[in-house]
Design a protein around this ligand. Structure first.
Ligand SMILES: [Zn+2]
Ligand SMILES: [Zn+2]
Length: 78
């Protein structure tokens, strides 16, 4: 299915992003992508399409902290 991009997100909006860490067939609109990756899947690296090119997407307001990681180091990614 490489190269296949659906035109609509599950919510009905235009697909603008994908996440290969979710699934090789996971495509989202920007809102769904941001929401999903803000609330869970904090360590995924979703991409957005710009001018036909997939680029790494920085999810806004995402706090990187891993409750399963005992290291005291945590930070907010801008
Ligand atoms: Zn994901
Ligand atoms: Zn959506």
């Amino acid at each position: 299915m490489e190269g296949f991009v659906p035109h609509q997100c599950n919510c009905g909006k235009t697909v603008e992003s994908r996440c290969r860490d979710c699934s090789f067939t996971a495509y989202f609109c920007l809102d769904c992508c941001n929401h999903l990756h803000q609330t869970k899947h904090h360590f995924h690296h979703p991409e957005i399409i710009q001018d036909g090119v997939w680029k790494l997407h920085t999810v806004p307001d995402r706090t990187l902290s891993n409750p399963y990681h005992s290291c005291s180091f945590s930070y907010t990614r801008k």
